[in-house]
Design a protein around this ligand. Structure first.
Ligand code: GRF
Length: 188
C-alpha cells in the first residue's frame, strides 16, 4: 500500500508513521510527502529519511482552484492508494476528492463532531470538557465532517494548557493513525 502524506507543520505524526514503517510495524510505503508552504519541518524530516517531497505553495497561486489542481496532479503522480492529511491545514476541493474517492484520510485533535476546525484543542479546553481526544476520518469537502473511522478519548487535566493537552492528544493521534492505516486494505 502506497501513501502520500500532506503536512503544513512539524510533521510529528508523520514522523511516527515513518518510524513505524522503518521498524516494520506498519507495512506501507510512504511514496512522498507534500506541503502547502516552503520550509516545513515535515518536509525537512522526510527528505532526511530519504522520502521524496514536494511543495505546492498556496501563497504563490492567485486562484485557489489552480492550487488545488496542482496539488491534485503532484499527489496523483505518486499513484497513492491513500492520501493522508497529517496536520495539513488546507481544505481541498472536489477535484482533489474525486481523484482519491474515499481515500483521503484526515486526523483531528478532538472527538468529532465536537470542536472541528483549526483550533480543536483550544476550543475543547475553552468549553471546559473533561474528555476530548482525536479522530481519524475520511475527509470530504467540509471542515472535519467526513465519515469517522476511529477515535480515542483523552482526559483533560485540571492544569492543562493548550500545549500540554495537544501533546497528550498527539501521542494518541499517532497510534490511532498507524492502527487505522494498518487496518486498511489496498483498494482494488
Ligand atoms: C495534529 O494534532 C493534527 O491533527 C493537527 O495538527 C497536529 C499536527 O501536528 N491538525 P504535526 O505537524 O504532526 O506535529
Amino acid at each position: 500500500m502506497r501513501i502520500v502524506v500532506l503536512v503544513s507543520g512539524t510533521g510529528s505524526n508523520l514522523q511516527a508513521v515513518i518510524d513505524a514503517v522503518q521498524s516494520g510495524e506498519l507495512g506501507v510505503e510512504v511514496a512522498a510527502v507534500g506541503a502547502d508552504r516552503p520550509g516545513t519541518f515535515g518536509v525537512e524530516r522526510s527528505a532526511a529519511a530519504g522520502i521524496e517531497t514536494f511543495v505546492v505553495d498556496f501563497k504563490s497561486f492567485e486562484h485557489r482552484e489552480d492550487w488545488n489542481a496542482e496539488l491534485t496532479s503532484k499527489t496523483a503522480a505518486y499513484a497513492p492508494d491513500y492520501v493522508v492529511s497529517s496536520g495539513f491545514m488546507r481544505i481541498v476541493d472536489q477535484t482533489f476528492l474525486d481523484r482519491f474517492p474515499g481515500r483521503y484520510l484526515n486526523t483531528h485533535p478532538a472527538l468529532l463532531p465536537s470542536f472541528p476546525g483549526a483550533h480543536g484543542v483550544r476550543d475543547a479546553l475553552a468549553y471546559g470538557v473533561k474528555v476530548t481526544g482525536c479522530t481519524v476520518m475520511i475527509a470530504d469537502a467540509g471542515v472535519d465532517t467526513g465519515p469517522i473511522l476511529a477515535q480515542t478519548a483523552v482526559p483533560v487535566l485540571a492544569d492543562d494548557t493548550e500545549e500540554s493537552l495537544h501533546e497528550r492528544i498527539k501521542v494518541q493521534e499517532r497510534k490511532l493513525l498507524i492502527d487505522t492505516l494498518r487496518s486498511l486494505d489496498t483498494p482494488t
